[in-house]
Design a protein around this ligand. Sequence first.
Ligand code: ARG
Length: 715
Amino acid sequence: MKKILYTLTAILLLGSGAKADEGMWIPLLLKKYNYEEMKAKGLKLTPEQLYDVNNSSLKDAIVWFNGGCTGEIISSKGLVLTNHHCGYDAIASNSTPENNRLDNGFWAKNNGEEIPIPGMWVSIVQRIEDKTDFVLNQLQGVSEKDRPAKLQEIYKKLIDEAKKGTAYDAQMREMFKGNAFYLFVFQKFNDIRLVGTPPQSVGKFGGDADNWMWPRHTGDFSMFRIYANKSNEAANYAPDNVPFTPKHSLPVNTKGVKEGDYAMIYGFPGRTNRYEFSQGIDLAVEKVNPTIVNLRDIRLKAWKEVMDKNEGDRLKLSADYAQIANYWKYFIGQTEQLKRLKVVDFKKESEAKFADFAKGKPQYENVLANVEKAYVAYRPIALQRTYLGEGILGISMNSMASSLMPFATNAKDNKDTAAANRAIKMAMANGEEFYASFFPSADEKIMAQILEMYYNNIPADQHPEYMKVILKSKGANNTEKFRAYAKMVYAKSFFASKEKFDAFCNAPTYKKLMADPCFAMVEGFYNHYLSNYKPQVDAFNAAIGPEARAYIKGLMELNPTKIFYPDANSSLRLTYGSVQAYEPKDAVKFDYMTTMDGIMEKYNPKDFEFNAPQKLLDLYKAKDFGIYKRADGKMPVAFITNNDITGGNSGSPVIDGEGRLIGLAFDGNWEAMSGDIVFDEKYKRTINVDIRYVLFLIDKLGGAPHIVSEMSLVQ
Ligand code: ARG
């Protein structure tokens, strides 16, 4: 009886389209699954205008930006809009105290002034194909053990087939933890140039204090341009390449938004884990997340000291700092919200329902017991991985040293000289960038503290032998010993200076490498992990993989009328919903839009996170907002929507019902930091820069109206 009731409620709930705006949908399937609902919510376009292979559609204006972000094409000359934090590295590495584009902003006056960014790329999806039947068919009779290798073989075949005779790139993406498989074909561009950016006091206004939070006042955008060869094809950088003419570019809606307006976001969300088991969430909350936060704390404090002392050093460390700080705060927020929203309990409830359903069904009835078994074995050693990645290799010099591990393997007994030489070449190339922002005295402090934290928090029977070597250092207590050890390493290791590192690379020998104390430590910890823990981590993943796949399959059977969407996996998705305010807690209401009044409220010239350029203050005082202001005369800055996004969507366009750009997604809100694990309808919001603020900043603050003129503005 219970079971029937449950199925009934499930159907009722889902039949009414319950989980309104949750879902990162595959564009290929919109027509089949989502279109009617989108129309009911306010979409005015046809399904073909959203996604089409033969004719231009919205998807042709969406770019995968350098692998970690999204951008959109907003002019017929390949102008790309993305977030400031997505362009940050490119901007910072083109800044010096003398020509400080990061702090002062920058706008190219013409194409000739646009700055090529070596290594930067964008990709545009040409088509998506569902390859599920083919792949599953090929996998028939393949054992779990052989499955990963077989999958690689199948992927290769499909990718080669898709690329054949074209200049395109292709990738396979697994969906629903291996229940479905999609092919994505891309055109990839490698000549990308920086067009402009506001000063970071605007592009990162509010800094880490405001990060992941609403209400927000950040002008988080920067602009690039795609260049192509004279035949408008993707090409490597060449001085005489020309601006790319896209199949589609987004018109810009300058009318502005109001609460309830339809809004959709197209982009490349990175990772979610919405089908995670309760044990995985519990492990994250109790152990893994707090450890990541504490380990990152050490790095951030040491770097901050360096950055506060010297402007040149601040510019060198800014990008690394921002990146580590961003996810440091993310893990704090995720942990807090997973607890507040009692997500573990909620997951346990749905697992109990699954268990009911699974009874007597051989493919499903052992799933949860097997998951529990796998976690019981994994939990006691789970932090080994965190401490290796975020701890031992979080020490900058160690990560540099680890890049010579392939050299060590291949140079030993002259195993493979060619491979050993390749490893040296690669390390030397990495070294150029690495030593430009390496601060040995800060790194030494970091090393001492991380080693001590490892010692205190990893059970003694899980310590590597090498810990004994470290503890032989002189000191009255452990803290002193770790400090003395770190001091010795930075004094003696050739990784501690570019000159010594280059000298080694110019005449590398296995013997010299093995005698280096930094390399010895890295090897000590790494090999300890490889031989004692990696097999257990691999076994855990091998055990969980098939259960997670069966679990989702079972959920689909359990809810036959529900339309499922797959976890984010850096493939093109669309999410739709509307502009919406929210109530973060009892008796508090957050409005859906911020204005420049809020910048003035937060403004504090003594705090670099809340400083603002004088010119912005002057424009505000003079109310010189041009045509970009609201009807009430105020200058809008940011607004929120209930769209379902995650990291990777940074820079994604927020598009109205008629396919016009209204904003630029750049963050999520604190109350829904658990969003990568569970979508909470009540709290989950996306934070967007209002496109009118972007235009105002280019035109009035940046003095670059010629960039605005490239776009097609619709009033
Ligand atoms: N939280 C934003 C995201 O991950 C990044 C914001 C960058 N700003 C900062 N203060 N670190 O998309």
